[in-house]
Design a binder for this molecule. Structure first.
Ligand code: AMP
Ligand code: MG
Length: 537
């Protein structure tokens, strides 16, 4: 099979060409030192079948040559056929997991195939997740199950269409092989269908790629990696780095790079907060240096608004990665990145100064985002207290976050008869049970909100502005689970309908898709996959 299929695609392999490779080429688990990656080929699977293919993305990436023959394409997307020009490899990285240094982790089941270059000369790495063991597999099997792969495919594309920075997904294939997982970590392992997602990103470099060489004192590798990342993903900084005559100038470039990583990371979290996304495993090995949401595992979507909610059962006790703690964790992770690059930057004071500014910068960006969600274009009309009080209001009774903001655009400040507590009824989980105390709080907030909106000029555009930042559709946990249950029974209709709807998440619901905008049904409250998830994937 290998080499039989001429895709016409030219692959670039900057990572493997520019960075030091593991000198061992056999595929067995080991500590890999003084190297950024290990060459490794995907392990064949028995019967690849495409469940979902992102044709729009394939076309954007110039992969039309691959689309003509779907049987041949399935072989490529399952890792059975490594095309000529691909140079498959697994990255070496470490990471802090749940706040503790975990040492070497690395791509234990992800294999990068190579980079394709689009019409704008942007490089995109294709990566198969679940393509078999690598030197970084640490006694695990290198595989992924259908349920977690479908969740990644669905959510990363939903995030893209919501306008949240993210890695993309090109395809979802089943392998025809079974994968054994103890889904509930309760001693009952079961065989599940195996699957592979082809992920696409401008870069898969994580904070952990820097932490690993730093932890080992491999400062040459650290510098080489930092220069490589800047040169490949930050053209303007690359230019400055090339012209750096003195060490001082190079340090300035590194500091500027770090500051940009901080900004992108914080912007990503602000966007998560906008749409109600909880990553669930914000370990430093899951943090992209391009500020992209990556490694979709036990993530979740906020149904009833609750800053303390986490979807990840492994994190149930400490709730480190809870919805409302994501900005603080992003900062903690950025501290780890600063520590990691310090041996190259050698300017602790400046790194610290950048870190010190993060809370203020985040607060500003978060507040601006919330003002838009509330429909304000003029900041002075929306005092910060309105946003703070809203948070309290949303927690008074179980309130669906997505529906709340979508319905809020129907509020008419000119009409004194318009009552928020009535308008928002469909967002309340305990309809008809609103207490007098809660109603009073709603009235107080409504008065302040009405007052602010009446100061705004051009009220006509408010509704469309709000509906462009407050989605009608997000991949609610129970919807993803319904798509999984159907797909496991060979029915792809739910997945396909959901994908079509989530491709346009700000549209007004119509009769054929409005069920995807409904709040979580009662049966889903305690059903596995619909509220809490384990890391088993
Ligand atoms: P995650 O929590 O999914 O981000 O994974 C953390 C680390 O465990 C990464 O180094 C993964 O590559 C590795 N890993 C997770 N699942 C597997 C698996 N089934 N086989 C090999 N490595 C895995
Ligand atoms: Mg990971």
């Amino acid at each position: 099979m290998a080499g039989m299929f001429n895709s016409g695609v030219v692959f670039a392999n900057r990572f493997t060409q520019a960075l030091p490779a593991d000198s061992i080429v056999e595929n067995y688990c080991r500590q890999v030192r003084s190297a950024a990656f290990s060459r490794v080929r995907p392990t064949n699977v028995s019967k690849p079948q495409i469940l979902a293919l992102n044709e729009d993305l394939a076309i954007e990436l110039g992969l039309t040559g691959l689309l003509a023959d779907s049987t041949a394409l399935a072989q490529v997307l399952a890792g059975n056929n490594v095309l000529s020009g691909m140079d498959p490899y697994a990255m070496a990285y470490g990471g802090h997991q749940f706040g503790n240094w975990a040492g070497q982790l690395g791509d234990g089941r992800a294999i990068n195939l190579g980079e394709v270059v689009d019409a704008q000369n942007v490089h995109w790495t294709l990566q198969l997740k679940g393509a078999g063991p690598t030197p970084y597999s640490r006694h695990a099997d290198g595989r992924a199950v259908l349920r977690s792969s479908l969740r990644e495919y669905l959510c990363s594309e939903a995030m893209f269409h919501l306008g949240v920075p993210t890695t993309r997904a090109l395809s979802l294939v089943t392998t025809g092989d079974k994968v054994v997982r103890d889904m509930f970590y309760d001693g009952n392992p079961a065989a599940e269908p195996g699957a592979i997602v082809c992920r696409v990103s401008r870069s898969f470099v994580r904070f952990g790629n820097f932490e690993l060489p730093a932890s080992r004192g491999e400062n040459d590798l650290l510098r080489t990696l930092l220069n490589f990342v800047i040169k490949s993903d930050w053209k303007d900084l690359a230019h400055q780095l090339n012209n750096a005559a003195s060490e001082k100038t190079a340090t300035d470039v590194y500091l500027e790079w770090f500051q940009r990583v901080c900004r992108l990371t914080q912007t990503m979290v602000v966007q998560w907060m906008r749409v109600g996304f909880v990553h669930g495993v914000m370990n430093t090995d899951n943090m992209s240096v391009l500020g992209l949401t990556m490694d979709y595992g036990p993530y979740g979507w906020v149904d009833d608004y609750n800053p303390d909610w986490t979807p990840n059962t492994t994190d149930e006790a400490n709730r480190r990665y809870r919805f409302g703690n994501q900005a603080a964790i992003a900062r903690w992770n950025l501290y780890q990145l600063a520590n990691a690059i310090y041996p190259v930057v050698k300017d602790a004071k400046s790194l610290q100064a950048i870190l010190d500014k993060l809370p203020g910068e985040y607060e500003r960006e978060y507040t601006d985002m919330m003002r838009l969600k509330l429909g304000f274009r003029q900041a002075h009309n929306c005092p910060v207290s309105l946003i703070d009080d809203l948070q309290t209001l949303l927690c008074l009774q179980p309130t669906d976050m997505t529906l709340f903001f979508r319905l809020l655009s129907g509020f008419d400040p000119q009409n004194p008869e318009c009552r928020l507590s009535e308008l928002l009824q469909p967002a309340f989980y305990d309809a008809g049970e609103t207490s007098t105390q809660t109603l009073r709080s709603y009235q107080v907030w409504e008065t302040a909100y009405r007052h602010g909106l009446l100061q705004e000029s051009g009220d006509q555009q408010r509704r469309s502005l709000m509906n462009s930042v407050n989605p009608a559709f997000v991949p609610r946990n129970y919807l993803a689970q319904q798509a999984i249950d159907a797909a496991e029974a060979a029915d792809l209709s739910v997945l396909n309908e959901l994908l079509a709807t989530l491709g346009n998440p700000y549209q007004e619901p119509v009769p054929t898709n409005q069920h995807f905008g409904s709040k979580r049904p009662d049966w889903a409250v305690n059903k596995a996959g619909c509220s809490m998830l384990s890391c088993s994937s």
